[in-house]
Ligand binder design. Structure first.
Ligand SMILES: [Zn+2]
Length: 262
């Protein structure tokens, strides 16, 4: 079985040895591909370095995430331009009115600038949304109207924790829904119910490393190898064989990020 972790932060890894250990542990677990995500200066840099060093296993996303509203969007355009061979998405970007309600207006401006950049470069987006379902849909609806790429490969809503209605509105817009280790938490019954309603053809899996380690490692530093635990939970929810889930999520992620399968 081959697994694809669609969302990994790498800026917490301080040394090359730590990065290498993460990749090696992932491969041992069958997690042969991952997207390392940006969002700030350090994570953009780490994502690009990982992809340059392990091109067989890693591609990168770059962007300014919602806390970095003072940053210049042009800088991300420049990163895309000079790393075109490894940048497969703009992200992570988005809106969080749960943790940062005070900067809603600035977040929305930055989100729009990042979406415009994604359209310019025909790159899918990796979107964070918390406490901002209505606003997120508003921005993404107008993004999709001008999106020059394939209709069903607009992007992914990462670490999904929202409502069933939100998930299905996103799917209609051409988004994938990505589920994390939260699926394995005992108190996540509602989310498992939402996951069951999302067709596996539109589902991705992720660890959100180093956050959200799945049970029984809850609270520990997460790593891509543990995406298999997310997959096991999802296979159980859908009542499908693990091999079938591997095949679908592998294909979905490669399709979205335009990464040839062989
Ligand atoms: Zn993330």
């Amino acid at each position: 079985m081959r697994w694809f972790d669609s969302h990994v932060h790498a800026d917490h890894l301080r040394t090359e040895a730590e990065r290498r250990a993460m990749i090696e542990a992932a491969c041992v677990a069958g997690v042969f591909r991952m997207v390392t995500v940006g969002g700030c200066v350090e994570s953009n840099r780490a994502a690009l370095e990982m992809a340059a060093q392990w091109p067989a296993h890693v591609r990168a996303a770059v962007g300014w995430d919602r806390q970095h509203t003072g940053q210049n969007p042009e800088e991300v355009a420049r990163l895309c331009e000079s790393n075109g061979d490894v940048v497969v998405a703009v992200g992570e970007i988005g809106l969080d009115f749960h943790y940062d309600p005070g900067t809603a207006r600035e977040q929305r401006e930055l989100f729009d600038a990042m979406l415009a950049l994604a359209r310019q470069r025909s790159l899918p987006v990796i979107v964070h949304s918390r406490g901002a379902e209505t606003a997120t849909l508003e921005h993404l609806r107008s993004h999709v109207q001008h999106w020059p790429g394939a209709r069903d490969r607009v992007g992914v809503l990462h670490c999904f924790t929202g409502s069933k209605e939100f998930a299905h509105a996103l799917i209609e817009l051409g988004f994938y829904i990505s589920f994390s280790g939260i699926l394995t938490f005992t108190n996540a019954r509602e989310l498992r119910d939402v996951a069951k309603s999302v067709p596996l053809e539109r589902t991705l899996i992720e660890t959100d490393t180093p956050w959200l380690s799945p049970a029984p490692y809850r609270g520990c530093l997460n790593e891509p190898a543990r995406v298999v635990l997310v997959a096991q939970a999802l296979a159980e929810i859908h009542g499908v064989a693990l091999g079938e889930l591997a095949r679908l999520t592998w294909t979905n992620a490669n399709d979205l990020f335009g990464w040839p399968e062989s």
